[in-house]
Design a protein around this ligand. Sequence first.
Ligand code: SF4
Length: 690
Amino acid sequence: MKTICTTCPYCGVGCGVLANVDDAGTVKIKGHPTHPANLGRLCSKGSALGETFDPEGRLLAPQIGTRSAGWDEALDLVADRFSQTIAEHGPDSVAFYVSGQLLTEDYYVANKLMKGYIGSANIDTNSRLCMASTVAGHKRAFGTDTVPGVYEDLEEADLIVLVGSNLAWCHPVLYQRIVAAKKARPQMKVVNIDPRRTATCDIADLHLPLAPGSDVALFNRLLSEIHQQGCVDSAFVGAHVEGFEDALNAASGEDASATGLNHHDLTTFLNWWIGTEKTVTVFSQGVNQSQQGTDKVNAILNCHLATGRIGKPGCGPFSVTGQPNAMGGREVGGLANMLACHLDIENETHRDVVQGFWKSPTMPEQAGLKAVDLFEAVGRGEIKALWIMCTNPVVSLPDADKVKAAIEGCDFVVVSDLSADTDTAKIADVVLPATGWGEKDGTVTNSERMISRQRAILPPAGQARHDWDIMSDVGRRMGWADAFAYSAPADIFREYAELSGLASALNRDFDISGLQSLSDAEFEALEPTRWPITANAPKGSQRMFADGQFFTPSSRGRMLAVHQNATTKAYGETLRLNTGRIRDQWHTMTRTAKSPRLSTHMAEPYLEIHPDDAKNNGIRDADLVRVQSAEGEAVLRALITDRVQKGVPFAPIHWTSEYASDGRISTVVPSVTDPVSGQPDSKAARVTVS
Ligand code: SF4
C-alpha cells in the first residue's frame, strides 16, 4: 500500500486528495486533512474518484483514421501536416484548442509551441466558456487578472453574496466551508442571487430570484444606493480608485425594475450589503456566461472599489472558477489574447520579453481567435490543421452541430485525449492517447491562487503519454529541438517560474520566481502555496491589494461605467433556456460516468420546466421533451418544478451522444458571445418545447 498526495481534477476549489493504492492497483480516496482548500473534506465527485479508473473506453494507442499506429508514425504525421500547412498557408492557418483540465506544464508548452515557435496566437481554451468574462473584468478594473481574496475570507465574512453560483452543487467544498462557518457564527448572513431556486438556497437568509441577465441593473442600483446612503469610502477612492464619477453617473441612471425583484427583497439586500463591512461577493457562471458578462463582473467590482472592501480580511469580490486549472491556464497564457505570466500579447514590451526569454524565432503581434471565432474560422476553411487537447467541443461548445460540421470539414484534425470515443475523437484524423488524472504529474492553480501538485498514482494506461511530452516531441520534430528539450514537468515549471520574475518586473501580479531554483526533489515535494511566491515571500502570499496598489498604469483600481444592455425578459411564446452543471457529473462525463453511484443522482439529461410552461405545452412530468431552437434540438426528460421561473427552463450540459443520443444541449445554444471577453452566453437560448 502506498499513499500519494494529489489534487482533485474537477472544480476550481482544488481540494487536496490522499490516494491509497494497493498492490493490485485499487485506489481508495480520502480528503487531504491538511490541504488548505478542503482540510479533509471532499464532495461526492471527489470522493468517487477511485471508481473512475475503469479502463473501458480508454484510448491505449495512437490511431490514424481507424487503425492503430506507432507513436513515431503518428507524431511524424502531425508534425509534417502542421509544418506543410504553415509553409503553404501561413501560421494563422493552424490552431490549438486546449482545456482547463490540462496541467500548467502542459499549457505552458502548448503556448510556447503555438505563440513562440509556430508564430500564431490561434490557441484558445475551453476556459473561454467558463472564466473569460472574469478575466476581462479583472483586467479592466485591476490592470491584471487578479483574484484578490482567499478562501478564509468566506469564513470571516459577515455577509456572503452569491451571484450566479449554485455553490452547493458546483463548488461543494466551499459551500461546506460556508455552512460550517455559519453554524459557528449564526449572525453570518448569506444572500443567493439566482433566477433559479437551487440547492444553494438551503443556506440563504435571502434568495433574490432576479430576472435572468439583470445583474448589471442590480449592482448599478447598489452602487447608486451606496452613494445615496453616504457609504462611499472617500479616503480609499481618493487615494486608490479612478473612474468613480463616470461609474456612478452610469449607475444612477439605471432602472432597477429590470431585475424584477420586489421592493422588500431589493431593499433588504441593499441595506445588508451597505451595512456590512465584511462582505464577500462570490460570482460564477451566471455572471460569466452572458453576452454582457464582462460588464456584470465590473458592476460587482465597482461596488467593492467604491467601498474599499477589497484586500482586507473577510471582504472582497471573489470569482470561483469552474475547472481544476482554469486559473493555471489563465496564468500561463492559455487564452488567445494572453502571453504567459499575465503578459499581454498586444503589448510590444511584453512580447519582446517573452520572445527574448524563449529565444523564439517569431511572435504574433495580435490576439488570436477566441473559441467561438476559432471554430467559425475552421468552418470557413481558414484553419486547415487543428489540434484539440483534453476537451470535447462537439459536446461543449454552443451551436454544437455546426462545430461538429466544421471539424468534419477541416483538412487535418488531431485529438489528444484519454477516451477513445468522445464525440470529438470520433471525427478526428489522428487520435493520440494522453494520460489522465491519476497518471499526470505537474501543477494546478485553484480559485484562490493556490498552486498544488497533481501527482501520478498509477502508471500511464497502454501507450498513453503526457500532453507536455507529446507536444514537446512534435515541437522537436518540427525543428525546434532545443526549445522543447524537456524531460520532466519540473524542467518546465522552473522555466515558467523564471519567466514570471521577468513579468513581475513589468508590473505584473503573477510572480512565482521564488520557485525557479527548485530541485527535482523539491518540486516533487512542493506543498500547496499561494502566489505571489518570491524570494521575499518563499512561502507564498495572502490576499492581494492589501496596500491599495493595483496593476494599472496609475496604480489605481478602475471603476467602469456600465449599463444594463442585455435583455432581461423571458421570451414570450418561446422559452429562455438556461444551462449549467449538476452535482454529480463533470463536463462531458468521460470520468464521472464510470462511477455507478454518481450516475444514480441524475440518470438522464432533463429539462426543469415551470408548471405553467409545461401545461401550456402539453407536457407531463417525465415525458420526453423535444427542445428546439434555430440551431438544433435535443430530447430531454421533463422535470416539472417551480424551482425555475416561468418562461426560463433549465437543462444540464453534461450528456454526450454516447450516453444519450439526443442529449447534447449545446446543439440548441446559439453562439452569441460577450463582445469584450468572447465568452458565449450559455444561458439565454430561445427555444420551443414539445
Ligand atoms: Fe473536487 Fe471540487 Fe469536489 Fe473539491 S469541491 S472534491 S475540487 S469537485
